[in-house]
Design a binder for this molecule. Structure first.
Ligand code: MG
Length: 366
């Protein structure tokens, strides 16, 4: 079973509402899509968003890096799976999101080759997950409205974006949300690096003093300020989660060893795909910790892959933040995951179970 053709293109889906964090405002999901085809007619699908401000990936830079990798994959045998992954990772440094898209497509093909859904190839599990949903940072009244709508849709965990304004506004918005939705709804705060360590402690301690049991606070400080992250973890009772601070197994190991955060957020677009996500999950288990699986602004292909990974590693991946497709108006794929409110279900079709992509533009073939 030889790799015969690699197709690259782009999909664009408008978001239901603008996605606003301390780092950026985005109105569309505009992602790179890869289709790797074999001489036996199998198609493996991959996807990567251009999250320049977090991973450094741009659509153009991913396409440019692909010119270095794709020709080296054509004509290779799929049974050479681990050598194929090495080619993906060693042909160019960085470009983690592109590498994730390539790995996702290769894992999709490998599972199809064996006739099993990807989660079974990765170890099995129950193919059903419950995700939270993101609430963008806005004025308090808008945030409360968005939260109440999400709760009415069945979500019982809200990922509330904060930061990029005064710490007092962040406290006031969180209190307003808490009083509107009640204590049965889990509140996950994500400052996206928007606070200084001292501001973070001030916000979290104020909310703790007001009696809020936050599920966790995510990436309160700058990605490269691990000492600041540890300061926040050491001075608050609320679990602290590391997101932008963790890309590699080495990052995760350092944060776990130094106890700089309580929980790690694994995203395939940061880990450069499934293989390092697996290593990170195993590392987390070894340290008797749990982790979250998250996504960038991604649509159905890469989020389906993340869901398969999460199902197979459900013993350590206990927090699910895979709302990307939920935030989009419409879908660009046939097959793959099914979303019903907070529930994500995976089919037992081989691989990712994706049968097609619609509306692909700027198509190029290798
Ligand atoms: Mg985050």
């Amino acid at each position: 079973m030889l790799i015969q053709r690699i197709t690259v293109g782009e999909i664009k889906l408008p978001l239901k509402v603008p996605f606003k964090t301390a780092l950026r405002t985005v109105t569309d999901v505009h992602d790179l899509v890869l289709i790797i085809e074999t001489d036996t007619g199998l198609k493996g699908y991959g996807e990567a968003p251009a999250t320049a401000i977090i991973t450094g990936d741009l659509l153009g830079s991913m396409r440019a890096a692909l010119t270095l990798i794709a020709p080296k994959l054509i004509g290779r045998h799929l049974l050479d799976f681990h050598a194929l992954l090495r080619t993906v990772h060693l042909s160019v440094v960085h470009h983690n999101s592109l590498k994730a898209a390539l790995e996702i497509a290769l894992y999709d093909l490998r599972a199809q080759q064996f006739g099993v859904p990807l989660y079974q190839l990765l170890g099995g599990g129950t193919p059903r997950l419950k995700t939270d949903v993101t609430i963008s940072v806005n004025d308090s009244a808008t945030m409360v409205q968005d939260c109440l709508r999400a709760v009415a849709e069945g979500f019982d965990a809200l990922k509330v974006k904060l930061g990029g304004r005064t710490w007092l506004e962040d406290v006031q918005s969180t209190l307003a949300i808490y009083h509107a939705v009640g204590s049965d709804i889990a509140l996950r705060l994500d400052a996206n690096q928007g606070w200084t360590p001292k501001q973070a402690v001030q916000v979290i301690q104020a909310l703790e003093a007001a009696g809020l049991a936050l599920e966790f606070v995510e990436q309160p400080v700058k990605a490269d300020d691990v000492a600041g992250l540890k300061f926040v973890t050491d001075h608050t009772l609320t679990p602290i989660l590391a997101d932008e601070a963790v890309f590699s197994v080495e990052d995760a190991l350092y944060i776990l060893h130094t106890q700089s955060a309580d929980v790690i957020n694994i995203k395939l677009m940061k880990t450069a795909g499934i293989s390092q996500a697996i290593e990170m999950a195993n590392l987390t288990r070894h340290h008797h910790r749990t982790c979250m699986v998250g996504c960038m602004l991604e649509s159905g292909i890469s989020v389906t892959a993340a869901a398969h990974f999460a199902v197979a590693y459900a013993d350590v991946v206990t927090l699910i933040d895979l709302d990307g497709p939920q935030l989009c108006k419409g879908s660009a794929i046939s097959g793959g995951l099914t979303m019903d409110g907070p529930w994500i279900s995976l089919s037992d079709a081989p691989g990712l179970g994706i049968t097609g992509v619609h509306g692909l533009t700027d198509v190029h073939q290798y």
